[in-house]
Write a protein that binds this ligand. Sequence first.
Ligand code: SF4
Ligand code: SF4
Length: 162
Amino acid sequence: MIKIKLSVDEIVMILKNLEINSLTQILKYTDSIRQKNCEIDYFIEQCSNEVCPDCKQVCCINRHGIDGYHDIIFKLITGIVPITADLMINYDAPCQYLSEKGCILKRYDRPYRCTWFFCSETLRYFESGNQRKYRDMTTKIAEIGQLRIVVEEQLILSVVKS
Ligand code: SF4
Ligand code: SF4
């Protein structure tokens, strides 16, 4: 794994000067990430709809709903405007994207941690349900994580090669 941490400005500059072949390759990976997100969404939503309404300690608080470094980089690459966060908000208050019907953001637009985090209640739900679907979901989440790393590596390699 390549360990170079680019700044947001550097990423923007690289994207502006990217060769068409490199860009095409990177967009192929991001399409795959989008597809996998869509495929797991229904299964996770089913669980949230069952388990979350009775929750006494909702995990969707502001500190979890703010994009991390890799989320920002990924969103710059894919053309999604990174989530703008009011840094003066109360980090422990309910997430600004949480509505009565759950998260208002599409799964693809949420910070990555919002997709891979499962509390003990949700894990219990999954473990007592359809195991094939559960395995498929965890595999896809791992693949999404891996593909995000590959996308960043491709970006760095395209600069090194030029
Ligand atoms: S995922 Fe777990 S902790 Fe978060 S709201 Fe649902 S039940 Fe509560
Ligand atoms: S899933 Fe949505 S509402 Fe929950 S923490 Fe993430 S961004 Fe906020």
